[in-house]
Design a protein around this ligand. Structure first.
Ligand code: UFG
Length: 331
């Protein structure tokens, strides 16, 4: 049995590949390397460069490798980009996922794990959000993922395929062993931006809004370590293989940190100050987005191991340093 990981050369996907290999699984990666990197794929995994919507290619991979599960990360993830070019998001995230599900059904792959997002909920509040909260995506990105969840639900009712959709909150950090991390240039994510600023890769960073209805006026998010997220997928795979029913579950730690708390943590990890400027609100940001993760803990038996902001930040900063070396070697 082999697990097919789409987007396995990307940030979360490359951690998933290591998680599976560490657990003794056989892994094949399908990635078109548009934002991922060949070097990010663990050498023990087989890499196929191609598109998830290429029916013939995916069918061949499934048959050649006896794939019994697909973990589908490939997709576009930049919220403002999805607002500017919604049809590209519906094509790349929704339409291609539809084709991939169709191929999985045709080839008789029984298990499918899907990378979903907290963006399906829309403006959440300070209260942790449960899976049965109102679904009201505020961006084409969120809607493109929600439509994929719904296609999986309906395919699961009609065909012999069971799925788990995991709704990620703010994924951050890097492999504690330093094997992979977030490497895409031009990142917009807070922890990555703060680490880049600390290391002098950016002259300064901004806090987007200081007048939110939160304790210190800055936005609150539920930051989850990418290794804990990968572990949740591995547990979801185990559960599906053991006959578990289809499931949609949040992946977060159920508590939030403000932008200023995150920056303080990066200052602690770095040991020195760096230039942080207070700025205006960024359009589209909700004041707070925090997961209720009881369902994942109960159904998957998931017990996060790195639920600590300083740990997340330390791993992110360590990776940012490794990346500096990698890039200078390559240049
Ligand atoms: N922020 C700053 N300065 C920066 C970068 C971010 O103040 O330079 C703030 C943002 O305004 C926000 C918080 O830090 O309040 C977190 O921002 P991120 O860009 O790191 O993450 P988001 O919460 O905007 O987005 C994340 C995921 C998306 C997902 C979304 C769902 O990255 O993929 O959560 O809620 F869709």
């Amino acid at each position: 049995m082999t697990v097919l990981v789409t987007g396995g050369a990307g940030y979360i996907g490359s951690h998933m590949v290591w998680e599976l290999l560490d657990a003794g699984e056989s892994v094949v990666v399908l990635d078109r390397l548009s934002t991922g990197f060949e070097w990010a794929v663990a050498p023990e995994a087989k890499l196929v460069v191609g598109d998830v919507a290429d029916r013939d290619l995916v069918g061949q991979i499934i048959r050649d490798n006896h794939v019994d599960a697909i973990i589908h990360f490939a997709g576009s993830i930049v919220v403002p980009e999805s607002v500017a070019d919604p049809l590209a998001y519906y094509e790349n995230n929704t339409s291609k996922t539809r084709t991939l599900i169709e191929t999985a059904v045709r080839e008789g792959v029984p298990h499918f794990i899907f990378s979903s997002t907290a963006a399906v909920y829309g403006g959440a509040g300070l209260e942790p959000v449960r899976e049965d909260a109102r679904l009201a995506p505020e961006s084409p990105y969120g809607l493109s993922k929600l439509m994929s969840e719904w296609m999986l639900r309906d395919a699961g009712l009609a065909h012999d395929i069971r799925y788990t959709a995991l709704r990620y909150f703010n994924v951050a950090g890097a492999d504690p062993k330093g094997r992979t991390g977030q490497s895409t240039p031009g990142a917009t994510h807070l922890i990555k931006v703060a680490c880049e600023t600390a290391l002098g890769k950016r002259p300064f960073m901004q806090v987007f809004g200081t007048d939110y209805p939160t304790p210190d006026g800055t936005c609150m998010r539920d930051y989850i370590h990418v290794s804990d997220l990968a572990a949740a997928h591995r547990l979801a795979l185990q559960r599906l293989r053991a006959g578990g029913e289809s499931l949609v579950a949040n992946c977060g730690y159920s508590h939030g940190y403000s932008v200023l708390e995150v920056i303080e943590s990066v200052r602690r990890a770095f040991g020195r100050d760096f230039d942080v400027r207070m700025g205006d609100r960024r359009p589209g940001d909700a004041a707070a987005v925090v997961a209720n993760s009881e369902l994942a803990r109960k159904e998957l038996g998931w017990t996060p191991q790195r639920d600590d902001l300083d740990l997340i930040v330390n791993d992110a900063l360590a990776w940012e340093r490794i990346l500096t070396t990698k890039n200078s070697v390559r240049n």
